[in-house]
Design a protein around this ligand. Sequence first.
Ligand SMILES: C[S@@+](CC[C@H](N)C(=O)[O-])C[C@H]1O[C@@H](n2cnc3c(N)ncnc32)[C@H](O)[C@@H]1O
Length: 290
Amino acid sequence: MAVPINEREPLSGAPYVYNPELERIEIELLLEGVYRHYGFDFRSYAYASIRRRLWKRVEGEGLQTISDLQARILHDQDTMERLLLDLSVNVTSMFRDPHFYREFREVVVPTLRTYPFIRIWHAGCSTGEEVFSMAILLEEEGLYDRARLYATDINDVVLQRARQGIFPLDRMQEYTDNYIRAGGRRSFSEYYTAKYDGALFSPSLTRNVVFSQHNLVTDRSFSEFTVIFCRNVLIYFDKQLQNRVHKLFYDSLVTYGILALGSKESLKFSQYEPCYEKISGTEKLYRKVR
Ligand SMILES: C[S@@+](CC[C@H](N)C(=O)[O-])C[C@H]1O[C@@H](n2cnc3c(N)ncnc32)[C@H](O)[C@@H]1O
């Protein structure tokens, strides 16, 4: 049965009159339940996006209302896992926004050479494409052996995929183009072997990677980092939550450490903006200066 995906469109044939205020209450109650029962805190995620994804799950479960979904989720962990996949938007790619990686090579890598040891945190790494891209870049720059990459995500299912290092073979052409545009120095196919419909990336790329579950909303910092990547994650959070996560990043970066955000994200209007300087005219690359 169709569900109301946007507010202009009440549920046709629904056993109740569509009421946006009531819908908000149902959504808030569901998110509260998810938080209290499972510990996943989506209460400060951007409302419009959460709402759309909840209705998608209502439909996927063959239910009618958000309250129906709440009951199902609280009593059935499998439904919670499916919802987690819906809510955690795992879209990613290798060398995503190739110009970002090109700029990283040019602007950040020279600074990284001055460190005897480099700690990089990929917060919200999804299925790992971003981490493998960085491992390749560091390997080509001769920096991989002095680096340790911490790849974290709220979602354990995507982390398990990341650990395997197998990516869809049919995306290799796109990734090869990205790699070249990102300033790649070798032949991209050197990094993987084709296996059925998957591309298995060289296990040596993850020899210095630690994959682990970490929730940016509820968990604390776990080290001091030279670089933090958090790309295309904050976009799903409301302003208040973005500020909280910026505090976490600020506390977790060494002085002169680098913060890398996604193309649609920025430090603008965050209370931490004065603590950083922008080090690229085109990319969201910031250096912590105070
Ligand atoms: C769109 S992906 C971005 C992946 C990669 N950083 C990139 O730019 O391609 C967003 C990721 O953020 C993760 N995420 C969402 N909320 C999170 C949270 N509270 N803590 C940690 N990760 C979170 C999701 O599970 C998802 O894998």
